[in-house]
Write a protein that binds this ligand. Structure first.
Ligand code: NZQ
Ligand code: ZN
Length: 389
């Protein structure tokens, strides 16, 4: 195992009827609160009323910044920063999924600097501080509720970049699985795909086997797949909803990668060009890339995926390559079973779009220092994600 520092400062409050705690948890950092939320789901499912009621009961003065779109955009962050500054907000509270929490993180980071928050994403500025952030999670997917990352799309150029910094961890995250009863089947599936992708990328790209992390990741992958199927067949199952929610949080909170040394996230690198340029849901993009990317990866290294196949799916091929290939078939079958895409044509993406997508992804590869991903290499992967690839 490689040396590592694991320091995740986010306080998690998990379970039924926990939303009423958000007021006291938030006002512990200040009473002027910017409440960030999306395009309407929290008003329909009652989360907005619970959050607002709790904040007001705790003595907060609440300023609202709703309307965050899925695949959130920079311009909406800019208006949130203006609003937070105008009203002297001391703390940001997010209620929603990854897009809402990422927008809230970007506002929290942008309020305290006099340059464009986008400069953090392009690596031109380093983040030294941000406003405190609390959140109520409503969608099991991104892991943003307990990690230091944020992902934003720049209007106009449609560059979708991610940035991580220790000042971006939420102070407190409330995870009430009951908030996810209203998540439709497609987004439930996309969320589980996102969690599986977070696990698979680290699992496959780690150079060595690390017993604790491997078992942890195998368990999370199994839970992501099983709990997603359980939610889709019994949408009102609290047990299934809570397993999926906690799995997605643990899949990207820094724990799985600790001790693995250098790991990469090439599927995410390429996916950000799909959701950035074409505005498709993040998890749908990952699903369409997953079998093709795994095929590409196992051309060079089948050992890790073969181990995954043996332990997660109980597969036993004659060779490592055969076991890895069988693992890809099992993952593809699961994607099919949950109604997720399995190749790019399922999303209406044509081969002539591959040049633009590869150029976009390569720009991010430079920033993420994944220079081995040339445009040509990325186009090769995209071809493998095309039917027949
Ligand atoms: O607009 P609202 O009303 O919030 O509706 C959302 C949206 O339409 C809806 N939804 C959320 N909770 C719901 C609900 N609908 C009914 N009931 C509920 N309880 O679901 C739709 C998708 O929401 P969104 O927040 O966009 O999804 P997700 O959580 O998957 O977040 C996606 C964003 O996170 C980024 C992605 O790139 C994408 O931009 N990621 C962030 C990461 C991070 N910060 O660490 C890592 C991830 O890999 C990912 O890249
Ligand atoms: Zn993701």
């Amino acid at each position: 195992m490689e040396n590592f520092v694991f320091h995740n400062p986010t306080k998690i409050i998990f379970g039924k009827k926990t939303i009423p705690l958000i007021g006291a948890e938030t006002t512990a950092f200040g009473t002027k609160v910017l409440l960030v939320y999306g395009t309407g789901s929290i008003k329909k499912n009652g989360v907005y009323g619970q959050v607002m009621g709790s904040l007001l009961a705790a003595g907060a003065e609440v300023f609202e910044h709703g309307g965050v779109q899925s695949n959130p955009v920079l311009s909406h962050v800019h208006s949130g920063i203006e609003q937070a500054r105008r009203n002297g907000c001391e703390v940001i509270c997010a209620a929603g999924g990854g897009s809402v929490i990422d927008t809230a993180k970007a506002i929290a980071a942008g309020v305290l600097v006099n340059h464009d928050v986008w400069k953090f994403f392009t690596g031109k500025k380093s983040l030294k501080q941000s406003l405190p952030l609390t959140c109520v999670l409503t969608l099991a997917a991104s892991g943003s509720e307990m990690n230091s990352g944020m992902v934003l799309t720049r209007d106009g150029t449609r560059q979708k970049f991610g940035f991580a910094n220790r000042h971006l961890y939420p102070k407190v995250a409330i995870l009430d699985p009951e908030t996810t009863y209203s998540v439709p089947a497609d987004y439930t599936a996309y969320g589980a795909v996102d969690a599986l992708a977070h696990v698979l990328e680290f699992y496959c790209t780690s150079q060595k086997s690390a017993p604790v992390q491997d078992r942890l990741m195998e368990g999370l992958a199994m839970n992501a797949m099983e709990s997603c199927l359980a939610v889709l067949s019994s949408p009102d199952s609290y047990s299934a909803r809570s397993n999926l929610m906690w799995t997605a949080t643990l899949a990207l909170n820094g724990l799985t990668a600790s001790g693995l040394g250098k790991v990469g996230c090439p599927m995410h690198l390429i996916e950000h060009s799909l959701s950035g340029l074409l505005n498709i849901p993040h998890g749908a993009g990952l699903a369409a890339l997953m079998p093709g990317w795994l095929r590409f990866f196992t051309q060079h290294n089948s050992v890790r995926l073969a181990q995954f196949g043996r332990r997660v799916f109980n597969l036993q091929g004659n060779t490592e390559k055969a076991t890895a290939t069988a693992a890809i078939a099992s993952i593809t079958q699961w994607l099919d079973d949950i109604g997720a895409p399995t190749h790019l044509a399922d999303l209406g993406i044509l081969q002539e779009q591959f040049y633009a997508l590869a150029a976009h992804a390569q720009a991010l590869a430079r920033i993420w220092r994944m220079r081995e991903y040339s445009e040509e290499q990325i186009r090769t992967i995209l071809e493998l994600c095309h039917p027949g690839g």
